[in-house]
Design a protein around this ligand. Structure first.
Ligand code: Q9C
Ligand code: ZN
Length: 370
């Protein structure tokens, strides 16, 4: 049973996203096949969307790959050449913790293309908002090397293409994956027209990035916001960061389009992160971003999928986000809703202290609501 949708929500995925391979050979005695970033959890999101019937209330979008010229808006030609060569000869490593199999570049171009298609459909007004369930992820990929399972900077490339070809002006990129959104930070560090905000677990990955003091430079000074929350943070810390940083900063910036790098690895069961979020909380954060976008830019909101490594939990987080985007409700009960009852969900002093610091560095204390 699904209650009818209140909004037109685009949903994009593709079978080819689920055959991309990221296994690492870890060395002697450790067998092959070990990987954190696997198709399973993400495929289950798509399956749940189908088995619940939610897909009938969503607008199906289909990806086309980005082209080389699109990649070169951010990546270096040398890096793209190297990926082309490896992809054609059985795969290899794009950089740091970024193994891929044969044809991996083509899948990455389709992942970036799927992200762009979600953005395009929103900007064109074909849908109110959209979610691209893509693989491989993109937010760690840097100009000249792949990092953290990411070959190409999906959302960065989509934002650059939308600005170049669709006449999109001011863009917010909000990243709630538990790891730092270093790729978008690098791409837009000196750009005053793209506000990048990353909420992440302090010094998780990449280890030495995502610091509060990294605020952008030159014309882009102030347009990069890092909120490195302490490991162990739950709903209270995220809501505090939204109320005192994300919402005032986005209002002050006044975007034409809001984009989200959505990972579910801040979920309470994730093997790579140590945060506590429940599926319901991802829904709440989605609602907050949706209302911001409705207030500021006609609701134009597109999300792309990044990390999330609990095969058990991520599907329920994904379903909850899609329900919130569309306003349709399924009858699926989250088996992990007990997370919401953890006392550690409450805001703690050492967490609000980090938010205080960000508020001070970015002068957000005096920004008022609508
Ligand atoms: N070797 C994303 O969530 N380090 N990437 C994991 C195990 C890399 C995460 C530690 C984490 C990258 C898209
Ligand atoms: Zn992540």
């Amino acid at each position: 049973m699904v209650n009818p949708a209140q909004r037109r929500t685009g949903f994009l995925s593709d079978d080819r996203y689920f055959v991309h391979r990221t296994e690492e050979m870890l060395g002697p005695y450790v067998g092959p096949g070990l990987a954190f970033e696997t198709p399973a959890g993400k495929r289950l999101i798509r399956e749940l969307v189908r088995t619940t019937g939610l897909d009938e209330h969503l607008v199906a979008l289909a990806p086309t790959p980005l082209e080389r010229a699109d990649l070169l808006r951010f990546h270096t030609p040398e890096y793209v050449d190297r990926l082309e060569q490896l992809s054609a000869t059985g795969g290899g490593s794009a950089g740091e913790e970024t193994m891929f199999g044969p044809g991996g570049l083509e899948t990455a171009m389709l992942s970036a293309g799927g992200t762009y298609e979600a953005v395009r459909a929103v900007v064109a007004g074909e849908v109110d908002n959209a979610y691209a369930l893509v693989r491989p992820p993109g937010h760690h990929a840097e100009r000249d090397w792949g990092r953290g399972y990411c070959l190409l900077a999906n959302l960065t490339l989509a934002a650059l293409k939308a600005r170049a070809e669709l006449g999109v002006g001011r863009v917010v990129i909000l990243d709630w994956d538990v790891h730092h959104g270093n790729g978008a930070e690098q791409a837009f560090y000196e750009d005053p027209d793209v506000l990048t905000i990353s909420l992440h677990q302090d010094r998780l990955y990449p280890r030495d990035s995502g610091m509060v003091e990294h605020i952008g430079s030159g014309a882009g000074t102030g347009a990069n916001i890092n909120v490195p929350l302490p490991g162990g943070s739950g709903r209270g810390a995220y809501v505090d960061a939204f109320e005192r940083v994300v919402e005032p900063a986005v209002r002050r910036f006044s975007p034409d389009l809001v984009l989200v790098s959505s990972g579910f690895d801040a979920g309470g069961l994730d093997p790579l992160g140590r945060m506590l979020l429940a599926a319901q909380t991802f829904g709440e954060l989605t609602q907050r971003v949706r209302l911001l976008a409705e207030d500021l830019c006609g609701g134009r909101l597109a999300m792309t999928h990044e990390g999330g490594y609990s095969e058990l939990h991520a599907p329920f987080c994904g379903l909850r986000v899609l329900e919130e985007l569309s306003g349709a409700a399924t009858s699926v009960a989250d088996p992990f809703s007990y997370l919401s009852g953890y006392p550690a969900q409450a805001l703690a002093a050492h967490q609000s202290a980090v938010v205080d610091e960000v508020v001070a560095v970015h002068g957000l204390a005096s920004v008022t609501g609508p």
